[in-house]
Design a protein around this ligand. Sequence first.
Ligand SMILES: Nc1ncnc2c1ncn2[C@@H]1O[C@H](COP(=O)(O)OP(=O)(O)OP(=O)(O)O)[C@@H](O)[C@H]1O
Ligand SMILES: [Mg+2]
Length: 1163
Amino acid sequence: MGGDDETKGKNHAFVYIASKDYAWIPATLLDTDKGKAHVEVPHYKDEQSIVCDGGASASKKTKEWVDLKKYPNKVLPLQNVTGGGQLIEYPDMVDIPFLHEAGILFNLKLRHLRGRPYTRTGDIIIAINPFQWFTELYTEKKQIMYSNRLVWESTHTEQDPRRGLEPHVYEASALVYRGLAFDREDQSILVSGESGAGKTETVKICMNHIASVQKGRDIKSGGEIDPVVRRVLNSNPLLEAFGNAKTTRNDNSSRFGKYTQLQFHRPEDEMAGSIDLANTICKLAGSKCEAYLLEKNRVTGHEDVERTYHIFYQILAAPDAEKTKLWDGLKGTDFNSYKYVGDTDTKKIEGMTDAQHFEKTRETLELIHLGGDKYTMLMRAILVVMQTGNLTFGPREGDSDKSDCTSKKELKGLAELMGVPEDALNKAFTERTMKTRGETYKVPQDAKTAKESADAFAKEVYGKLFLWLVSGINEATKAEKNFEGGGLASSDFGIIGLLDIFGFESFLINRFEQLCINYANEKLQQKFTEDIFRSVQAEYIEEGIALAEITYDDNTDVLDLIEGRTGLCALLNEECVRPKGSDEAFVNKALAQNKKSPCIVVNHMDRMSFGIHHYAGKVMYSAEFFVVRNQDTLPTDVEELMQISTNEIVSHVAVDNEPAKAKPGRQKSNIVGKTIWTKYKTQLATLMTDLRKTTSRYIRCIKPNKPKKPSVMEHVGTVEQLRCAGVVAAVTITRSAFPNRLDHAPAYRRFLPLKPAAAGKADKNDIKALLAELMDSALASLVQGEGENTKKAYVIGKTKIYFRAGAMEYLESERLKGCDKWAVIMQRVYRGYCVRKKLGGINGYKMQAKAPKAITIQCWYRQLAAKFKLGRLRKKHKEKKKKAKKRVRAAMKIQACGRGYLVRPKFKKKLKLMKERERLKKLANDLEEKVREAEMKRLQNVEAAREAAENEIEEYKEVVREELKSDKEKQKKYAQQQTLIDESSNIIEFLRRENTKLKNQSEGMRKDFKELKDNNKRLQEENEAATSSFTALNDHAKQLNVKNAKLITNVQEYKKKLEGLKDDLKEKQSYYIAEAEARLAAQKRMAAIVGTIQDKCRDPQLIEDAVIMALECEAEAKAERAALDAQDGKSAPATGTTAAVADDDSTDYGDISSDEDSDDDSD
Ligand SMILES: Nc1ncnc2c1ncn2[C@@H]1O[C@H](COP(=O)(O)OP(=O)(O)OP(=O)(O)O)[C@@H](O)[C@H]1O
Ligand SMILES: [Mg+2]
């Protein structure tokens, strides 16, 4: 109930709450407050035991709060129960007062457990698969009962002939017949549901019933069945043999969709407005069938626990004689002889062995004129498929790009079955013909590709033979050809269509096939919604309610997304035509071009995936293989091979109910064919057009549990199927404006406790007026708007009262409160009555009135005697009491003394203890007080410290802010300095290099100088030696005149040499001086650089480094020069110039400790 104030309080209503594990569970509402509900939840043994019984069979109960925001209209759905909480069963859910998902679930569950598989909601029959055969439900008697009640005995003007009839699929079959016969309108029954839900069984049950209805009113049991009817009915098992297979979900699963049109011959002379039962019998004249989306992949592979199509097992289980008659190669084979078939542990399908089924298939084929040669051809086409599965391919010797069939025996067998040359067969799989402009050439295929081609071939052959069979059945059953020798046109017959089509699918991974299936379901859902809308419209018109009240959402957006101009279908086809089309490109385009669609879901985690918001919920699709699967093409070589086969089914190009092959969809030379999607879309469009020409009834099949057990219902699975089947959507539409409704009388009775005291103006015989008066007062607080725009919370129709959202819940809660009040009054009256009765009041007076006088005297005497006796007894009693009192007082005194004596020491001890405790308590209190004070102080200190710290932090923050500001400037300066440092580093590096160069030069000069000095010394020594020789010669002049003259010449020559050496020395000295000057200049330049550094650089360390380096260079230079001078001074007087230069070149670098101040000096 709502969280609003009006509904707040104790009301104890029976509600449902949402559950993750069980979808919905019953609970009792205890209270509501601030958008939350307080509920008591009974716990049952297991899911099956969960029922609505007010918690009577629950093992325990717990209380919890639930958030009302998660519930529609912020209201907990109410249970449809009796006052004691027992669920009420509704055969027709239109009658349910509180119709919602939970209500539907529990009503269906109750009926399922009671063995009633069919439930109605308006024109929809919900069929829960019982997984057990209720024979009594399908007896001939039942069939006749339904056809008589709904067709032959009902009058045309009767409003709803189903009233009082238990829901059944027979009602759908009877009503479509009635519609065809009496309303002269084509009809259809659309059966849907998930795999294993019972669609095919339901269609068969309906078909059998229709065949029985058409026999007319006086059906006689037994007798000859009309051959056309027999053929029509037998066509079902035949299609099942070829199109059904065992899957994990259903042992007899139809792997194709089927629309069967039963054709009826209608009497021509129908008299307008009147019903002539003798003339309205429509006779079943034939049938036509269309198949959709056969699962061809199953031919080449299936899960281990599953099986391929039944027909394969049937052929292999046939008697050996029959097998050899079909083909010698079949002799002695079993399931394991064929790779596509394989072993199976399923020995029986629908209670019959494969061998028995084979016999039936053979007979039926004969019945529908597919016996003899046609039968052999069909069976051999199946053998072609089986044999193809046994082909193996391996690489050709020395070239793995080429391949050959390695199973020669199997190839030979296949060639024989197909009637084609063995070599051509091998080549068709192992080579591919490529065509360019005017040129054709063969490209070899590797073993893997060859095997793929063979598989594609097998699938294609099976697809063809299936369609051939459908076409054969149609030929044998269609009315235009078979009814009374033919001659009538197809349009001359009335139609009852029966659609058995795959329900909405959503698995963990959803592929191209799921998209196709869900697309079909969207198309059908569109029609379903329209039909429901129309039925609601009809109901409102009937009840006299404004149509503007109905609102509903349709699924146009989803259909636009799938089949629109830039929808998924168009984009996928486009991608299949593109030479390099890919799944990923398809997804990208689909997302990009439909980004505005509210139904598309983008998967950001996976680029190969996308999702669609279907009417039944969100489904994510994996686009892997979308392009390949949509093409479903066959290599031209294989196609050409098929065309030369002697088996006409294999060589057949197109069959009747296959859309004509159009020109190549993909512009590649070797691939042909329309896309699957295009064919399917065209087929669906035709189906929808056909269906729209009919009046439809719906049967929604539900699989109540996965393990296929009888009397078990899994809540979550059932609710999901109800959503997918559109049942919930249908309820939403029907209840969009008025979720709850009741007939006038029950509504008045139910809410009578809310009748106002002042009521009574309305006519007592007019239930509608009484109800209006009652509701006006009870729902006054829920009226919306004013004046002309007033919107009451209810509307009264001709037979029902309709309540807006929340109104019924409000009334229920008020009713319970009202009931409480009445219950209290009733209890009071009853209790008073009981008490009075007990006291004899009422009966006593009555007796008095009737008693004779003797009794009166007896009464008087007895009364008197009793009074005396009473006086005596009272006196005695008084005395006794007095004595007893005295005794008691004495005893008490004694006891008191004794107890006092005994207790006193204990009391004293206790008193002492108490006093001590008091003292300690006080002490503790004092201490506590002190502690509290200390704590307060501490807290104050802490607070003060915190404040101080905060202030400090604030200050610090301020400082930091300032620093940050100055930091910015510093950073700027730092950047400048960094530039200077970089420049200085470059300069220093340059100076270092220069210094090294100068050092090297000085070294060279030092060497030269030393050489010169050595020469000089030697010359001096020689000169000295010559001078001494000259003196000796002079001494010996006289003796050695000739020698003297010679010596003089020698001396002169030596002198000349000396002069030359001196010149040499002078030249070297001048060179040295020039060098020294250059060095001086360099030093000056260096000094200038250092000066600049000192000037501009703010890094004292750098300045210091630069100055030190410069000083080191200078010191080095000086040391060298001093060394040179020292040597020079000894050797030649001319070195005086150098000394002067050396004195001069001492450079001032300023004071390195005070770099800022020394700027001017360094300049
Ligand atoms: N009315 C019924 N009474 C008893 N059993 C039923 C009924 N309907 C279906 N079943 C059981 O359920 C099984 C599955 O039913 P059916 O083959 O009709 O399912 P389906 O919906 O056609 O599944 P699929 O989509 O796989 O073809 C049947 O083989 C049968 O055992
Ligand atoms: Mg089926």
